[in-house]
Design a protein. Structure first.
Length: 404
């Protein structure tokens, strides 16, 4: 038993012998100086995996050596790989994996899944990661292992970002030939048309990330690809808003997409981007994102305009732009809801400036010339809770034109 524990510690030292660039990870490794501390760390990882819904993979990974309770070599290598993956160090994780293979240790499905997912998601930092991710995915199939849906999506996204649609088709054909059959509600299974749509959408999002010089926003944008829940949440909010506003034509267009397969219309991604810029206080960049959307043939819907216009009015310097966007919206045949046009008029009213007040009145005049009459009662509902002076100034701007 003692010899086995010594062996386990040797395996751990071999797996972590490179200088670790991550300070927090280095501290974690340095704290493991004996088998007991290594075993405690492994137990924490096992519990986390079990609570994350991969209990069977965890049991397979941590199955102890025969006639002992000592950690198997593959478990030690894998938890080190996992530590690097969690720290965002895919290259280091891959190096540990290669060292594991050189030592004659066979990976489990858990080892593969961790590595494939990390390499796929981090393919922007090293194009060779795509090839490795595909290679290990195929190895899993050849060994009779079933890849997780997370690793499947990670590989698919990496191919979409770094390779062509044709390469995506070739890869799907290859894994199907090896017995891999995408199942509904678990894996994404696409027709040729759907495959092209999805891969092009992923590629567009990746280009968006790489062209963005704002490091903070790059992290946000990458989450659209690695965390599908973000786009799903946005699409649900958009759909609900379109239904509430009675946008029948836009709702019908929305229903053409299959969100279970990740087929999100580009307007969802564009609106997400605008919303996140506004949330980060980058109003000017949000407006530029909208203008880029138009320049590249994008089609904002009424929800996109509502998000943008209300966001622009938060900054008094952009009230003029909010006004222009509101009129653009109307020129595209979309009637703004009360919350949207009230936000613009309120933006002018809050400035307590005669010129701003006149610009608000001009907006009301133009809206009326386009056949749209602001609803004062609906505006009062929107303005509930606002300071009384603000409400008075808003109503003064509107009613002075309605009475005229």
């Amino acid at each position: 038993m003692a010899d086995m524990k010594k062996h386990a510690m040797k395996v751990f030292r071999d797996a972590t012998k490179d200088d670790c660039e991550d300070e927090e990870l280095k501290k974690q490794f340095d704290m493991i100086r004996d088998y007991n501390s290594l075993n405690k760390w492994a137990i924490k990882v096992f519990n986390f995996m079990s609570n994350s819904g991969i209990g069977e993979e965890a049991k397979e990974l941590f199955k102890p050596r025969r006639e002992s309770a000592v950690l198997p070599d593959v478990a030690i290598f894998t938890i080190v790989i996992r530590a690097y993956v969690c720290a965002g160090k895919s290259k280091a994780a891959h190096k540990v994996y290669q060292r594991m293979i050189a030592a004659g240790v066979a990976p489990t499905s858990c080892t593969y899944s961790l590595l494939i997912t990390s390499l796929g998601r981090d393919s922007a930092s090293d194009v060779s990661f795509v090839g490795y991710a595909k290679k290990y995915f195929l190895e899993m199939l050849e060994k009779g292992m079933k890849p997780s849906s997370v690793s499947y999506v990670a590989v698919f996204n990496a191919i979409a970002c770094r390779e062509t649609v044709e390469k995506g088709r070739e890869f799907l054909a290859l894994i199907k030939a090896k017995g891999f059959s995408p199942e509904s509600n678990f894996y994404y299974s696409y027709t040729d048309v759907e495959l092209t749509v999805v891969m092009n959408a992923i590629k567009m999002n990746d280009d968006l990330v790489n062209k963005n010089t704002d490091k903070e926003m790059q992290k946000v944008l990458r989450k659209y690809r690695t965390a599908g829940g973000r786009l799903q949440k946005e699409s649900m909010e958009m759909f609900a808003a379109l239904v509430e506003d009675g946008r029948v034509d836009q709702v019908k267009e929305f229903c053409k997409y299959d969100f279970e397969k990740g087929l999100y219309p580009q307007v969802v991604v564009d609106t997400c981007l605008i919303k996140d810029y506004l949330k980060a206080g980058k109003t000017k960049v949000a407006l530029e994102a909208y203008l880029t959307m138009l320049a590249t043939g994008g089609a904002p819907n009424s929800y996109t305009y509502t998000v943008l216009i209300k966001g622009l009015t938060v900054d008094p310097n952009f009230c003029g732009d909010a006004k222009k966007c509101l009129l653009d919206m109307m020129d595209r045949g979309m009637r703004p809801n009360a919350a949207t046009y009230t936000a613009v008029i309120e933006g002018f009213a809050r400035q307590e400036d005669k010129a701003a007040e006149e610009e608000g009145k001009e907006l009301v005049e133009i809206m009326m010339s386009k056949g749209f009459v602001p609803n004062a009662k609906a505006m009062m509902e929107v303005l509930k809770g606002r300071p009384t002076p603000v409400i008075r100034r808003v109503l003064h701007i509107v009613l002075s034109k309605l009475k005229g």
